[in-house]
Design a protein around this ligand. Structure first.
Ligand SMILES: [Zn+2]
Ligand SMILES: [Zn+2]
Length: 369
């Protein structure tokens, strides 16, 4: 397992309400990553694969904010228009093996954008389950009877959408900026999937609808525009963790060999030390003793028992009738920036540079035009 196979944590909003019951299992099937996939392009755009968790057979596309959408197939440009008029308010895409059907038309792929081909705001939904607003250019194709929706968007829009998912808009501005730099660095370090760059789960970066232009999150993204975290001249796909439990961990601490990659460091976290936290869980299985301290092993065990059974890799185990009682103090892998610790540092007057220097020793910040 390489450092890049580590997943990032669930959003802060969920974290605060913690969270032994959060859905973690979705990240695992995507852990096989590719290290050298060409990026979307040089225009600082990213391609996000969205809604794959739902394995959708049907997707509904609608306008947002009244913007006209031009919808085309791989063979016919601008064949349909969504403009809000009767009969032109939404389109339903259905998977038919490796093709995608809209009404009576079938194609290998469909695209939707503004009329001039640029990014547009639109609403995409899995009927009865989920919907989200995106801003970008949408492509839909089908693989083995499931629809694959990919949104190409400006990288800064993606950064803002991710920070909005990871932090509260009311969090201290310097913590929002630190998260923005970490998120941007993760995206700039390179893609992690073959057919798009990143997914929208915690395997890559959980993502919400773009926040309002007047939000504090957008201010933090704009204030750090182009700023990246680097180690030895390479942008770092920076890992971060929900709640470190008092001290962050190096890759070796969690049983991973960094090689030439950034090794991460164990640094103290004042906030978590001042705000101790304990989770408990029970595993009803006596055949195998859960063992703490190793992230690779935690992932293996979580596959067996579920992520909610072992929220962090640092815990104690006690035998009880028919199973094991676990008690832990950290959530996530504990590697890199502790998000609660970052909020705590910012509340105490630290700048985003201070926060990043603390949690990522031996890195530098660069500004990319
Ligand atoms: Zn992913
Ligand atoms: Zn911490």
């Amino acid at each position: 397992m390489s450092p890049r196979t580590l997943s990032n944590p669930a959003p802060l909003r969920d974290r605060i309400q913690i969270t032994c019951h959060r859905i973690w299992c979705t990240r695992l099937p995507l852990l096989l990553l590719l290290a050298a996939i060409p990026a979307a392009d040089a225009q600082q755009q990213v391609r996000i694969g969205v809604m794959q968790l739902f394995h959708p057979h049907q997707l509904v596309l609608e306008q947002d904010s009244g913007q006209v959408l031009a919808v085309a197939t791989d063979s016919k440009p601008a064949s349909l228009v969504l403009n809000g008029e009767p009969g032109r308010r939404q389109l339903i895409f259905r998977a038919d093996r490796n093709r995608v059907v809209v009404g009576s038309r079938s194609a290998l792929s469909w695209t939707a954008s503004a009329r001039d081909g640029s990014a547009a705001a639109f609403r995409l939904s899995v009927p009865g389950k989920f919907h989200r607003i995106y801003r970008g250019q949408l492509t839909i194709h089908s693989e083995s009877g499931e629809l694959v929706a990919v949104v190409r968007m400006d990288r800064e829009t993606a950064v803002a959408s991710i920070v909005a998912a990871e932090m509260n808009d009311s969090d201290p501005m310097e913590a929002l900026k630190a998260q923005a730099v970490v998120t941007r660095s993760f995206l700039a370090a390179g893609p992690r999937h073959p057919n798009f760059d990143f997914c929208d789960t915690t395997h890559c970066q959980f993502l919400k609808s773009p926040p309002p232009a007047a939000s504090r999150v957008w201010s933090a993204v704009q204030a750090t525009r182009g700023v990246l975290l680097q180690y030895r001249g390479k942008t770092l796909a920076a890992l971060y963790s929900s709640r470190c439990g008092g001290q962050t961990r190096s890759l070796r601490d969690i049983g991973m060999e960094p090689g030439e990659a950034y090794p991460y460091y164990a640094v103290p976290c004042a906030y978590c030390q001042r705000h101790p936290f304990t989770w408990h869980s029970t595993i009803s299985n006596r055949s195998q003793n859960p063992k703490p301290g190793n992230e690779t092993r935690r992932i293996q065990e979580a596959r067996q028992w579920g992520w909610s059974a072992i929220p962090g890799s640092d815990f104690t185990v006690a035998a009880e009738a028919g199973g094991w009682q676990l008690e832990g103090h950290s959530v996530g892998h504990g590697v890199g920036m502790c998000q609660l610790g970052a909020v705590g540092m910012a509340a105490s007057g630290a700048s985003f540079q201070d926060i990043l220097a603390h949690y990522y020793p031996n890195t530098v910040l660069i500004s990319q035009p």
